[in-house]
Design a binder for this molecule. Structure first.
Ligand SMILES: NC(=O)c1ccc[n+]([C@@H]2O[C@H](COP(=O)([O-])OP(=O)(O)OC[C@H]3O[C@@H](n4cnc5c(N)ncnc54)[C@H](O)[C@@H]3O)[C@@H](O)[C@H]2O)c1
Length: 383
């Protein structure tokens, strides 16, 4: 059995996503499980080098997880041919610059979404990667959520008949930061720093909708900044300049109508932080992060509108759970493993920088629709 090491530059690893999902739950977990089994007796072993500005934070993070390599000198990490992959989970505004530099140095690219703050810049990254012939991938973690994987199974079974509509309800209350600390970074609420729920969530909605139901063809979106002032990590009040809620309607290929509510100013009264209800001619489903329940036309109750009597139905109780039937690993880790195999052996990996650019296209168009108060078409994106 051969162990094949693969050097990975991890930039932005001290951040929320970088530390928790990409470093601890993906990289460290893969190393601790003994690498990525290639199925032919060989094993791919990631060898990360943690990159950032704060030496103490990097050293501490590396030492806690028995990782030897860290540096505050990104250029030297990029100059070292041992490092084949450049990974970026910095704040969104910094990503394009980092990726361009890494492409120039011939590194394969893997990064968080959104890949850049505008569609033009996202497309430019995809073009540059293609021209340089480097492999590239973008995090599309929601596709690997157990609830959405179960929903995909239901779709693939033909259960729905014709899918008519999709209702996506996403959000939770993000504390303002005054009497309780905010649970998201303050830059998320400043437009000038790349914040806003549209820029943050619409890249997810794009690959979720394209991947599960069909390509998005047109949309209308209305955004709001419901909470006007928040308090940052240092306890300093600041003006929220970015949207913290977005109310969108989208039409997909084949005419499926999607309503997508996204909000950081909503209190949860549903099964999960994200729920997706799908209604079809033959049946319906509601998926959350881990679970998915279904109701077939033959088990559909027949309510009659009558507010004069107590509601005789327990509607919630009339759904059936879709069983696990498989083991679900952390979605970020699963996608990392697939990307590593893609880089090393050329295994299929459909979620590249062009797919990432489609996400930014949708958020750009949502902002345009809001600004111009009208429906917009979503043209096919090509390199
Ligand atoms: N896939 C998902 O579900 C998901 C969820 C949340 C965030 N994200 C994306 O991940 C990225 C990071 O988000 P986060 O919530 O971890 O943010 P964060 O603020 O916690 O982390 C940002 C990282 O960028 C670094 N950074 C910031 N400014 C820098 C500078 N001037 N120079 C060098 N480094 C700098 C920080 O040190 C930190 O490591 C964002 O692009 C965000 O859109 C993705």
């Amino acid at each position: 059995m051969a162990e094949i090491k693969i050097g990975i530059i991890m930039n932005g690893v001290t951040g929320r996503m970088g530390t928790n999902q990409h470093f601890k739950r993906s990289m460290v977990a893969i190393i601790e499980q003994g690498g990525v089994d290639l199925g032919d007796g060989d094993v791919l072993m990631p060898d990360p080098i943690l990159v950032g500005r704060n030496a103490d934070k990097l050293k501490n993070l590396a030492e806690t997880h028995n990782i030897e390599r860290w540096t505050t000198d990104l250029e030297s990490a990029l100059d070292d041919p041992y490092n084949q992959i450049y990974f970026d989970s910095q704040t969104t505004t910094r990503r394009a610059e980092g990726i361009k530099r890494a492409i120039e140095k011939g590194k394969h690219i893997y990064c968080e979404k959104p890949t850049a703050t505008t569609m033009e810049e996202s497309l430019e990254l995809a073009r540059k990667a293609k021209e340089a012939g480097v492999k590239n991938g973008v995090v599309q973690d929601k596709l690997f959520l157990p609830g959405l994987m179960k929903l995909k199974r239901v779709i693939d079974s033909g259960f729905f008949g014709d899918i008519l509509s999709v209702r996506m309800e996403f959000g939770y209350w993000v504390f303002e930061g005054d009497w309780q600390e905010g649970q998201r970074p303050s830059w998320n609420y400043r437009k000038e720093d790349g914040g806003g729920i549209i820029v943050d969530m619409f890249p997810h909605w794009r690959y979720v909708l394209d991947g599960l139901f069909g390509d998005v063809r047109s949309m209308t979106c209305h955004g709001e900044t419901h909470i006007k002032e928040r308090v940052d990590e240092k306890g300093k009040p600041y003006k929220a300049t970015a949207d913290d809620a977005a109310y969108a309607t989208l039409v997909l290929d084949g005419g499926i109508v999607v309503q997508a509510n996204s909000s950081w100013a909503v209190r949860v009264n549903r099964d999960d932080l994200l729920t997706i209800q799908v209604d079809g001619t033959e049946g319906s489903a509601v998926a959350g992060l881990r679970d998915c329940k279904v109701q077939h036309r033959v088990t559909t109750p027949k309510p009659v509108w009558n507010p004069d009597i107590e509601n005789p139905f327990d509607f919630e109780d009339q759904w059936e759970d879709v069983p696990n039937n498989q083991l679900f690993d952390n979605g970020f880790k699963v996608q990392w493993e697939q990307f590593l195999k893609h880089v090393h052996r050329g295994d299929e990996f459909p979620w590249d920088l062009l797919e990432g650019a489609k996400g930014t296209q949708l958020s750009d168009l949502a902002l345009q629709s809001w600004d111009e108060r009208r429906w917009v078409d979503v043209p096919e994106l090509k390199l």
